[in-house]
Design a binder for this molecule. Structure first.
Ligand code: 48F
Length: 262
């Protein structure tokens, strides 16, 4: 074909060699982000841009988390100041003024550009990987990585032991269920974490509080995006995404600062 004869076994070798090299290299990272939604991808961009070895683990085979479903499946994402400027200036997303301090962006463009910008900055993504658990140390208590397996195994509902990824910092960007903090709270009660879940909607308050509470929940473990609302019992904000961008940027700044000091 096209002057080259393709051997099936060579296809297999090309896949296996490059995939195993990747998994070998990324079994230990500076930052592991769980979830490729708006907050996780924003954090990935700033962390990678700062030179940190950054890996995003996403259960689905696709980027974007809740961006694609947008506002009740209508193809417009609403953001406010200053997230609108950040999307425009740092991610080259086209932003339209909708009046009343609101701006709209195309969800497909937002997904594509958050993903592309973070990848170009050096972040790596593993799609189709489910994060099941964390790795911890005691005395002092600290999260030091993740236990993961393929999403297809989770969907098949069969048991297999996970493999491990060590990280200097883990970021829970899993959205409404705060899955990473929840598993730590459930399995390790001595760490004193609680996940009360988000409250009903109060947009103005929620947008500010999610950013304000973004950050470290215990040594080695940080939370961003809607997971912040679940962990701190904050109100939800529904179909407005500005705080997801600001929260992702903020968690990156905090982690960069903390890792510089270690
Ligand atoms: O839900 P998601 O978009 O989280 P976010 O960044 O943004 C929330 C908004 O989309 C929206 C909102 C804001 O107005 O209310 O909902 O906080 O993305 C979370 C991603 O994490 C993946 C999940 O598939 C989704 O793409 N995820 C969740 N749990 C796991 C996971 C897990 N255990 N392992 C791997 N990926």
């Amino acid at each position: 074909m096209y002057g080259v004869s393709i051997r099936e076994s060579e296809i297999t070798r090309a896949i296996v060699k490059s995939a195993l090299k990747f998994l070998d290299e990324y079994s230990s990272v500076d930052v592991a982000i769980v979830g490729a939604g708006p907050s996780g991808m924003t954090a990935a961009y700033y962390l990678a841009r700062a030179g940190l070895k950054t890996l995003v683990l996403e259960r689905r085979f696709s980027f974007g988390g809740g961006i694609g479903g947008a506002a009740s499946h209508l193809p417009s994402i609403v953001v406010e100041h200053p997230a609108a400027q950040i999307l425009s200036e740092d991610f080259n997303v086209r932003v339209q003024d909708a009046g009343n301090g609101l701006y709209v962006v195309d969800p497909a463009e937002m997904i594509a550009k958050l993903a592309a910008k973070s990848i170009d900055a050096g972040a790596k993504y593993l799609l189709g990987i489910n994060v099941e658990d964390v790795i911890y140390r005691d005395k002092p208590a600290r999260i030091v990585g993740l236990a993961v397996y393929w999403s297809s195994i989770q969907m098949a509902n069969i048991h297999t032991d996970p493999f491990f990824i060590e990280a200097r910092a883990v970021i829970d960007a899993t959205g409404h269920d705060a899955e990473v903090v929840s598993v730590v709270a459930r399995k390790n009660p001595e760490f004193g974490l609680k996940v009360p879940g988000e409250r009903s909607a109060y947009v103005d308050l929620a947008e500010d509080l999610v950013v304000k509470y973004t950050g470290k929940v215990m040594e080695g473990l940080y939370v961003t995006g809607m997971a912040v609302a679940a962990v701190y019992g904050l109100p939800r904000m529904g179909p407005i995404f500005g705080s997801m961008i600001l929260s992702g940027k903020r968690v990156a700044e905090l982690v960069i600062n903390d890792l510089k000091r270690i």
